[in-house]
Ligand binder design. Sequence first.
Ligand code: NAD
Length: 487
Amino acid sequence: MNLHPRDANYADPSLHSHGLYIGGAWLPGSGIPIVDPSTAKVIAEVPDASIEDALRAVDAAEAAAAGWRTTSPRQRAEILRRWFSLMTDHSEELAVLVSLENGKALPDARGELAYAAEFFRWYAEEAVRVPGEFRHAPSGANHILVDHDPIGISVLITPWNFPAAMATRKIGPALAAGCTVILKPASETPLTAYAMARLGAEAGVPPGVVNVLTTSKPGPVVSAMLDDPRVRKLSFTGSTGVGRILLAEAARTVVSCSMELGGNAPFLVFDDADLEAALDGAMIAKMRNAGEACTAANRFYVQAGIHDTFVAGLTKRMEALKVGPGIDPATQVGPMITTKAVSKIDRLVSEAISRGAKVRTGGSPLSGNGYFYPPTVLENVPTDAEIAHEEIFGPVAPVYRFETEEEAIRLANNTEYGLAAYVYSRDLSRALRVGRGIESGMIAINRGLMSDPAAPFGGAKQSGLGREGGVSGILEFMEPKYFAVNF
Ligand code: NAD
């Protein structure tokens, strides 16, 4: 694959998947068209796996499991480190692929690739540092020794909004832990996952350790894998709605679940905040990936004394953004993933307007071939509007006014979600106090970005279960084993 933004050819056959990736072999197939959201044109077609294909992938993962779990941590680390290097060497081609299939602006795609590759480097480092325990039993009668085993065959399911990073955030720790995996990427954006699998093989990942399959029937296909008692782990990133279904399905075989689900991040700006810093942070928290991020600021709560200045500054910055095809080097905001996504944003914005919200910029879909929605700022939004309770997943910033710290915390917590939150204040003790009051897995203080492979990413409440990245991420793919020992 050799593609440059200048000569990107949508019909380039190297973009086409060469089949399902099972047991180290590419099994040809077709059936799922891949659409470039910037043009609404089909750019590739990938295979549509059946239940039988999925169970074949479980066979392959099982055949490779014993060999992989008994490789030394150092060997696994070296392979992941090589995969990191290959991802870095090929980051530009991969960024173009992400931009083509997802639509995101190239700078966002480049940022994603750097972030994605880091999970392989981080877990190359963590593979050799799995903790254990050894201590006296409180009774003094014996010793307690705790070791960690790889949990077993893991099914990894990823969404379309970060086609590279959501996959490496699971594959990295799973492989470091000694597990073999079946990755099912989103049908909208599987080309990056297949391309990364090729690099994995080149890095030395043995056949069957990583299997990749695409399907237009995720429900029955994933269900069949979860019903196979050889599968012991489900790591899912996606919507809370699908997460709930999968948790119920996993219950049948008591499969361990890690769930990275939806968000509804509040972005709190206090009167004493550094206004320019808050606006810079707001633009990152809202507009990275054109708002199609689970951590995207979904609700801006701004204290009364700074509210009007903040809205004016945000409007000016949002208006200045260039919307266009993701692959165009001048683009800052790409299209949404599908026409359905645009309709959802339109519905939320229209409902807010009908309830009294005022449009400062944007406010309705753009015409043309791709799936474009303009950067939008809304003020005077009622706090019970639908847009305050649903994930917008687009470039829309609704701004709400608050008076007191207590009110800000109450508003921030008025959601079933608890993934991410942002707090801007020059008073660090206030920022920390507010952060402690917010029911959320991640709090960014005076920053618009919190994602970091070295930090535990995940949510409270209905935003998820478990953490990815950081020191704890590898333990999601391990089973503690306790030995009661007499010397
Ligand atoms: P989605 O839930 O529709 O799909 C996610 C994945 O699940 C896809 O691979 C899809 O094919 C698969 N899927 C769909 N129905 C299924 C079923 N019945 N059984 C098994 N698999 C099924 O989500 P999406 O629209 O692709 O992604 C957007 C959502 O993902 C947003 O809610 C966003 O907040 C969330 N997200 C969360 C994180 C996080 O880390 N918490 C990160 C990125 C995205």
